[in-house]
Design a protein. Structure first.
Lengths: 237, 291
């Protein structure tokens, strides 16, 4: 939806892409390596930051960021919290059951008997998938956030078994902010927000994602050494 | 690329990346960058203590304070100004780094950090701060900053009601006489008395010895409160001999302090202080332990 609003402009085709700060370009590249859809969501949110004249820009951007944050657990294969929809899955299971009941030779007037055939195998697979997904995903949002933060721990200064409580709290707070803004909750509930606050929340997400998706490389460190040498040389000169 | 462009590229490189940020501050050895970094917002907001699940806490490292501790040796004025501008934090790792910085500065500049160190010593969490403060106490005394050294000694080596000390262990709970405790681990307390107090006493003389005796007072008063008042201090039970003796308890801070007072008195006499002056400082305090 957001991409359509933007007129189908892809990052590559937009000359503004080249003008973006290096950090933003790096994150965009990294996200596209992982999941093109998530990269599009990020790009949409960033465009809304830049396009102050776009009608309802912050809510549109917030919608993109909320979607991005909700899909991240799947990308990193961690529990998705309340993203598990039991009702939809039960409906799917019901269809598989009805099919097996009607078409499997194992379904008899005396009950279930015989060698597993195609329809019954389908039902069992659906059942197994549901139970597996429920085991993985049916956690509280707090647990899901902690799992994601653990996965996103950014490198040598913060690595540990326990994610920083403040990071989990900030992540949860930022998601709540985007959710409220995406649903115009800030308007209806009389809360105030502005461009600066929106940028702050987007930046928070960017920092975490960059730390995870672009881990340290010798090239980064060599570049820092070279920059330090340049500064020292220029200072002496 | 000129200096300002290189600096801008550097800031871009280290912002928002924990790995490059930590690497840069571990490598930073050029103090001329400090003002620019401060202007860019660094050295201002140290990480606090992080509360984890199940009651655990974590003390995050702060690469910026580690860089300041390292650079204090070659840019102490700049480092001092930055430390004084840093927001207060309860994180003991940052306290340790700043105490390291103080120990690399001239005594005159280090003295300006003493009020802060005294405040950090009151924090519930202390790692190596007491030992570093002990080194600073000695350095200040040797460097002629006597008043600052005395302030630090009084705050560092004070004995307080053990309920206020913040760290009561099981073996602190035996016996009515154990009503006072150090602000930190008692073996660190003993290490400071053995390592730093001789140098402190050499530099401060009889006044330093008097200060040690003052520090013992709360422990003796705690004893006396249960025995009808001074000079009763029950020292015949916990310190039957001022000389080393197997019957001495030698397991509490005030036991260690008595030994330090004894050794300091010996030291001053050996280095020429008149015996009568030393006796005046130690014995005329109306306590049996000084008899």
């Amino acid at each position: 939806v957001v991409s359509n609003v933007l007129g189908g402009v892809t990052p590559e085709s937009d000359p503004r892409f080249a003008e973006q700060p290096p950090q933003r370009r790096r994150l965009l590249d990294a996200l596209r390596d992982v999941d093109v859809g998530i990269a599009d969501m990020y790009e949409s949110a960033r465009r809304m930051i830049d396009d102050v004249d776009f009608p309802d820009a912050l809510s549109v951007g917030a919608h993109a960021m909320r979607e991005l944050m909700e899909k991240l657990p799947r990308v990193f294969d961690v529990p998705a919290g309340q993203g598990f929809s039991l009702r939809n899955r039960i409906d799917g299971l019901r269809k598989a059951f009805d099919k097996a009941k009607n078409k499997s030779t194992c379904s008899t007037s005396d009950g279930w008997a015989g060698e597993i055939d195609g329809p019954l195998a389908e039902l069992l697979q659906e059942t197994e998938a549901l139970l597996t997904d429920r085991e993985r995903d049916w956690v509280s949002r707090g647990e899901a956030d902690r799992a994601l933060m653990r996965e996103l721990e950014p490198g040598p200064i913060r690595r540990g078994d326990h994610p920083a409580a403040t990071e989990v709290e900030q992540w949860s707070h930022t998601r709540a902010y985007f959710e409220s803004l995406a649903h115009h909750g800030h308007v209806y509930r009389g809360k105030q927000t502005d461009h600066a606050e929106f940028v702050e929340h987007v930046t928070r997400v960017e920092v975490l994602l960059l730390s995870k998706l672009r881990p340290p490389t010798a090239a980064d460190f060599a570049e820092i050494d070279a920059l330090l040498a340049t500064i020292e040389r220029e200072s002496d000169g | 690329m000129d200096k300002s462009e290189a600096l801008a590229a550097l800031l871009e490189k280290i912002r928002g990346r924990g790995d490059t940020y930590a690497y840069f501050f571990e490598r930073l050895d050029n103090p001329s960058l400090l003002p620019s970094l401060a202007q860019a917002g660094f050295f201002k907001e140290p990480p606090g203590i992080e509360e984890l699940e199940n009651g655990f806490v974590r003390f995050p490292l702060w690469p910026e304070s580690r860089a300041l501790a390292r650079l204090a040796e070659i840019a102490e004025e700049d480092v001092l100004a930055l430390i004084l501008e840093t927001n207060e934090t309860a994180n003991p790792r940052i306290h340790d780094d700043f105490a390291d910085a103080a120990n690399k500065m001239s005594p005159q500049n280090a003295a300006r950090l003493v009020p802060h160190i005294l405040s950090w010593l009151q924090s519930p969490y202390k790692l190596l701060l007491p030992l570093k403060a002990g080194q600073l106490m000695e350095r200040l005394a040797k460097g002629g900053e006597i008043q600052a050294s005395f302030s630090l000694a009084q705050g560092l080596l004070q004995l307080v009601d053990r309920r206020d000390a913040g760290s009561v262990s099981d073996d602190d709970l035996f016996g009515a006489r154990r009503d006072v405790a150090a602000l930190f681990d008692k073996y660190d307390y003993k290490a400071i008395l053995e390592s730093n107090v001789p140098g402190f006493i050499r530099a401060t003389g009889i006044e330093g010895l008097a200060l040690l005796c003052d520090l013992l007072e709360p422990a003796l008063l705690a004893q006396a409160s249960q025995l009808g008042g001074p000079p009763e201090d029950a020292s015949y039970t916990w310190r039957p001999s001022i000389a080393d003796h197997e019957q001495n308890h030698d397991w509490d801070p005030h036991d260690f302090l008595v030994t330090a007072i004894r050794d300091s008195a010996d030291l001053l006499i050996a280095e020429g202080t008149p015996l009568s002056v030393v006796i005046e400082a130690v014995a005329n305090r109306n306590w049996h332990v000084g008899d």
